[in-house]
Design a protein around this ligand. Structure first.
Ligand code: F6R
Length: 241
């Protein structure tokens, strides 16, 4: 595993963006696996800057996102499709049809998961998959469990997650109860994994995930088994490594 320790969030974003930019430059038709959440926002902002400066071209890139809430259309400001449009896609020259996020409005969730796996397989291997990490070690919506869920699948959100997300909605009742997420095997198929972490509140879970036992109780610990992981974190997040 390669580790980049940066002084703060901005430097972390810069380094992660440099790695993604190098990928897009070396292979203009690469497949980027993307994540939502607060951590990669600065990374996406850098990519937008470099696109505007004429340094990057996304016209031949394809993307696949990790996950999406069920029941929210892409126009809902809390949907992950909306997040990606707003924080990246709308500001670069990637064709909309080259971007993929699970369809949270699909009537048949299982069929949508199977379709999504086919989409990913059809693109060939993901060149580099961006991952954030939850405080409990979740990656995508793969929460601590007694086994590693393998393929893209529907998940019931835990009460903790519903409560944590309630602040983004008018009321707790509006928070989606289910989501669709890539599974662990789907994630591990990527050629390369780029984990981004920031802040002291992530230090303990980073330590557990990368130096503790590989266990589905800490889903991110499975990354220890991947041959090409790059961890980019600020000093605070890496303070216990
Ligand atoms: C996002 C995702 C989540 C986040 C994780 C960390 O698509 O699947 O696993 O990466 O919850 O979120 P932040 O970056 O907000 O700490």
């Amino acid at each position: 595993m390669r580790i980049y320790r940066t002084k703060d969030y901005d430097a972390m974003s810069q380094k992660a963006a440099e790695i993604l930019a190098a990928q897009v430059t070396l292979k203009p038709d690469c497949v980027l696996g993307l994540a939502t959440g607060s951590t990669p926002i600065g990374t996406y902002r850098k990519l937008i800057e470099w696109y505007e400066a004429g340094i990057l071209d996304f016209s031949r890139v394809h993307t696949v996102n990790l996950d999406e809430y069920m029941g929210l259309p892409g126009t809902h400001d809390q949907s992950y499709r909306y997040f990606m449009q707003h924080n990246l896609f709308d500001h670069i020259n990637i064709p909309r049809e080259s971007t993929n996020v699970p369809d949270g409005t699909a009537a048949d969730a299982q069929a949508e998961c199977e379709r999504y796996e086919r989409v990913i397989a059809g693109l060939g291997r993901v060149s580099i998959q961006v991952l954030g990490m939850g405080h409990n070690g979740h990656i995508g919506f793969n929460e601590p469990a007694d086994h590693f869920p393998l393929d893209t699948h529907p998940v019931d959100l835990t009460d903790t997650t519903i409560n944590a997300n309630a602040r983004f909605f008018a009321s707790r009742d509006e928070v989606p109860r289910r989501a669709i997420t890539m599974g662990i095997r789907t994630i591990l198929r990527a050629r390369r994994i780029l984990v981004v972490v920031s802040g002291e509140d992530k230090a303990e879970i980073v330590r557990k995930a990368f130096t503790g036992p590989v266990t589905p109780q800490v889903p991110a610990s499975v990354l220890q088994l991947h041959p090409n992981v790059t961890l980019v974190g600020d000093e605070a997040a890496l303070s216990k490594l």
